[in-house]
Design a protein around this ligand. Structure first.
Ligand code: PMP
Length: 412
């Protein structure tokens, strides 16, 4: 049997095997290989170190400027210990859905903790934030209802809409008049408005006060994805709603543990009846295995640190301001960012990749963002600050930006 398997896996034989025409697109997809050949391929770079302000990539120490580990908790000793203890107590995986055998006491503890932190009745933990959006949007917005989304919302919101049978209306990014136009078009149908709290590529913040006002006027529900706001915005780190003093006006809060909370997993926090409905209707929860205990334990401990160590947030914001001001002084276009996510708009894909490679060669790890993640004329380098970056890190990054900018003709 083994011999047969080995033969089947021989590449030469695979080439001769006749494949269904559907696979032709895979062979025709050469963009990644072309970029690799030109030494401009920026993705899937393996790290051999924790996700800190310095990382080791391809045997080299680099400054990490692209991680969502905003508060620097991904390698915090207490967070790691909590995860290790949870493995000892519960093992590594749950081997089943929350719905059936996969609910652990620690899931319920985390849900109660999240609900009280976010000042909501109840919360529901999902295996990822992506799944939280897929499950919640497709379950909440039904046939003959309406979902309204900002054009720059995260892919998981867009895909949640695709899975829903509701009608979808898109409004121009952060354009309240356009939101009102689309709400009017919903013509009295039950509607849900969904926005990112902090936009994941541009770093700008949704204008919640106006959005809340319109939702009230048109009797629409409001769901805010605060993946990048949790732990970062608001004096208590409760995110965009706290930042605007509007905790009570956001009907459904979505979030992730994969950023400030140093883990993986997602959540929905809302009224108890909404959570109960989602528990029994969100397909990405019901038909997927539950979050492993170490991930839940890490998120719980990280949440304690978010609450008890506000100085981390101050450090994060200090770094953010320093980097933003430095980049602006160098003449870079950083758009309308208001968060620790800092986009540097290059607006030309080839220039962007050359610029990214110059930074990478200088030991700065950043993320180039190209179409289709953003439109081609918005191609950008995405950076994010961490509480654990030092002034030295930021200054080294600014020097590298100046040098790489000169090399590629982006700054004089
Ligand atoms: N929403 C937003 C705004 C995000 O940026 C992300 C992750 N990039 C997600 C949802 C998905 O979160 P997760 O990583 O937990 O799947």
């Amino acid at each position: 049997m083994n011999r047969i398997n080995n033969v089947l896996q021989t590449p030469a034989l695979n080439k001769r095997r006749k494949r269904a025409p559907l696979f032709a697109k895979c062979l025709q997809f050469t963009r990644a290989a072309d970029l690799l050949a030109a030494d401009l391929y920026p993705y899937f770079k393996p790290l051999t170190s924790p996700q800190g302000p310095d990382v080791v990539c391809q045997g080299r120490r680099m400054i990490m400027m692209s991680s969502n580990n905003y508060l620097g908790l991904a390698s915090h000793p207490q967070v790691k210990e909590a995860a290790i203890d949870a493995v000892r107590r519960y093992g590594t995986g749950c081997a089943g859905s929350r719905f059936l055998n996969g609910t652990l006491a620690i899931h319920e503890e985390l849900e109660q903790r999240l609900a009280s932190f976010l000042r909501k009745d109840a919360a529901l933990v999902f295996p990822t934030g992506f799944q939280a959006n897929l499950g919640a949007i497709s379950a909440l917005a039904a046939k003959n209802e309406f979902i309204l989304i900002d054009k720059l919302n995260h892919a998981s919101i867009v895909d949640g809409c695709r899975l829903s049978f509701a009608q979808i209306g898109r409004f121009r990014h952060d354009d309240i008049d356009d939101l009102e136009r689309v709400l009017q078009g919903a013509a009295g149908r039950d509607a849900l408005v969904v926005v990112d709290g902090v936009f994941s590529m541009e770093g700008d913040i949704a204008e919640l006060p106006e959005i809340v006002g319109l939702c009230r006027r048109y009797d629409a529900g409001l769901m805010v994805d605060d993946a990048h706001g949790l732990g970062v915005l608001g004096a208590g780190g409760r995110g965009t709603a706290e930042y605007f003093g509007l905790d009570a006006n956001v009907d459904v809060m979505v979030g992730t543990f994969s950023k400030s909370l140093a883990s993986i997993g997602g959540y929905i926090a809302a009224d108890a009846d909404v959570i109960d409905y989602l528990k029994h209707h969100a397909r990405s929860l019901i038909f997927s295995a539950s979050l492993p205990a170490p991930a839940a334990a890490a998120a719980l401990t990280a949440l304690d640190i978010v609450e008890n160590e506000p100085e981390r947030r101050q450090q994060l914001w200090g770094n953010t301001r320093y980097l933003r001001e430095g980049l602006e002084a160098l003449g870079f276009d950083i758009g309308n960012t208001k968060a620790p996510i800092i986009p540097v708009f290059i607006r030309d894909e080839h220039k962007l990749l050359r610029f990214w490679r110059a930074l990478f060669t200088m030991g700065i790890f950043t993320s180039p963002v190209l179409a289709p993640a953003v439109s081609a004329n918005r191609a950008l380098i995405r950076m994010s600050c961490m509480a654990t970056h030092t002034v030295d890190h930021i200054e080294t990054v600014l020097d590298a930006f100046e040098e790489a900018g000169k090399q590629t003709g982006l700054v004089p």
